[in-house]
Design a protein. Structure first.
Lengths: 212, 215
């Protein structure tokens, strides 16, 4: 059964997610770092905290970069992992690199087979049908070879991450809310303290500040 | 088992049929159509209300119009004891809550849902199921209510809040106007739902259904 944990920023919800996955699976996890490879990110402190907060609740990661790999290499290298975590960063760049080697198809197949998918921000948006809702032209230009904006389509709704976060207020209210004011998809807005848990076709939005 | 269908508009073609298909078609379902949220609405153009009625009745929901306004708790318990499905109309959710506070209707709805009976909501009827309706103060006019609105909590039967009619031209100005900034807060679990979509809730889990994708 399909199992996903779609977060805004995993560091804030890792302890909650960690309780929902068995130790054996957590110890066999791959950490996809591609979305932070572009040069835009000079400060990666958030990434290190994401990783260490997950490790502190039992995840043991192999770091992996899909860039430059072909499909056969991806199948060979990643098929045995029980958990895949996809880091945040540039959704456009992540999608571009996922298109080059059909990583999209691989992820879809593995999720159907039961691999647990966990993600932050870009990794969360890309799990949906389309990444266009989070368009930022300044970031899209870093993915010049992108062929369309169709996402992994693991879920049929779009998660809009970091909702309510002060430093993104201008981004959302100045542009993004109007950009998604359409009838294309259902939009789920999650704050940094929330995540969407998906089991098969069913979802639940968890707010860790309200968890008992 | 809790079973709810929270729609933007049950009158959108295909929504009523989709819900009915999930419930099976074996027999007509005795359905109370709670009209209370409409009481403070300007119904000069009541096409949406008529469409909601039509979609329900044409899909085997035998509707009985009913308002809780002026009823006592025991009136409600007695009047609705044989009902199989509860439908709460669109309209004004704050006025509905105000009237509910006078006769404990929220508790009745909670027990109704917990007993396994089906609940369907349109717009205000979907919003009212959330724990907190404050973001809807931005989209719903409360000046038409006869008494001041002091209670912005919902019935708390689900833990998220549906923002209905997302993307529709009719609501563009209220969603994207000067008040949108107030919605930008971390306090709620928000689902932006367009007129073709509804949330089906079974116990603590839910899914968002787009009737256009079901064809």
């Amino acid at each position: 059964m399909k199992k996903l944990f779609l977060t805004s920023e995993v560091q804030f919800v890792a302890s909650d997610i960690g309780k929902k996955i068995d130790s054996k699976s957590k110890a066999n996890a791959v950490y996809i770092i591609i979305a932070i490879k572009d040069k835009e990110h000079k400060d990666l402190e958030w990434h290190y905290i994401n990783k260490s907060n997950m490790e502190s609740v039992g995840f043991k990661f192999t770091l992996y970069d899909i860039s430059g790999k072909n499909y056969q290499e991806i199948v060979r290298d990643l098929s045995s992992f029980d958990v895949m975590y996809i880091e945040g960063g540039n959704s456009y760049y992540l999608l571009q690199e996922s298109q080059k080697n059909n990583f999209i198809n691989f992820v879809n197949q593995r999720v159907i087979e039961g691999m647990i998918y966990i993600s932050t921000s870009a990794g969360t948006v890309i799990a949906g049908p389309d990444i266009e809702p989070v368009r930022q032209n300044s970031r899209a230009i870093l993915a010049p070879d992108l062929k369309g904006t169709k996402g992994y389509n693991l879920v049929d709704f779009v998660v809009m991450p970091h909702w309510g976060q002060e430093k993104r207020r201008e981004l959302y209210n100045g542009y993004r809310v109007e950009h998604i004011y359409n009838e294309e998809y259902p939009y789920v807005l999650i704050s940094d303290n929330q995540y969407v848990e998906v089991e098969g076709d069913w979802i639940k939005i968890i707010d860790v500040t309200r968890e008992k | 088992m809790k079973h709810l269908f929270l729609t933007s508009s049950v009158g959108t073609v295909g929504v009523g049929a989709s819900i009915r298909a999930k419930l099976g078609h074996d027999k007509p379902l005795k359905t109370v159509f709670i009209t209370t949220p409409i009481e403070v609405e300007d119904l000069t153009d009541d096409a949406w209300y008529q469409a909601d009625h039509f979609e329900l009745t044409s899909n085997g929901f035998e509707t009985l119009d009913y308002t809780i306004t002026g009823k006592s708790e025991s009136d409600i318990i007695n009047d609705l004891k044989d009902v199989e499905v509860m439908y709460i109309s669109g309209g004004n959710e704050f006025y509905l809550k105000q009237q509910s506070n006078k006769n404990n209707f929220g508790n009745f709805v909670k027990k109704f849902v917990e007993s396994g009976k089906v609940y369907i909501g349109t717009s205000a009827g979907s919003i009212i199921m959330a724990p907190d309706m404050s973001p809807c103060l931005l989209i719903t006019d409360t000046t038409c209510c006869p008494e001041p609105i002091t209670d912005i909590s919902g019935f708390g039967i689900v833990d998220f809040l549906v923002m209905p009619h997302w993307g529709s031209e009719d609501f563009r100005d209220v969603y994207l106007g000067e008040r949108k900034d107030k919605m930008y807060q971390e306090n709620w679990q928000l689902i932006l739902l367009n007129n073709y979509e509804y949330v089906e809730v079974i116990d603590e889990k839910y899914r968002i259904v787009d009737v256009r994708a079901e064809k």
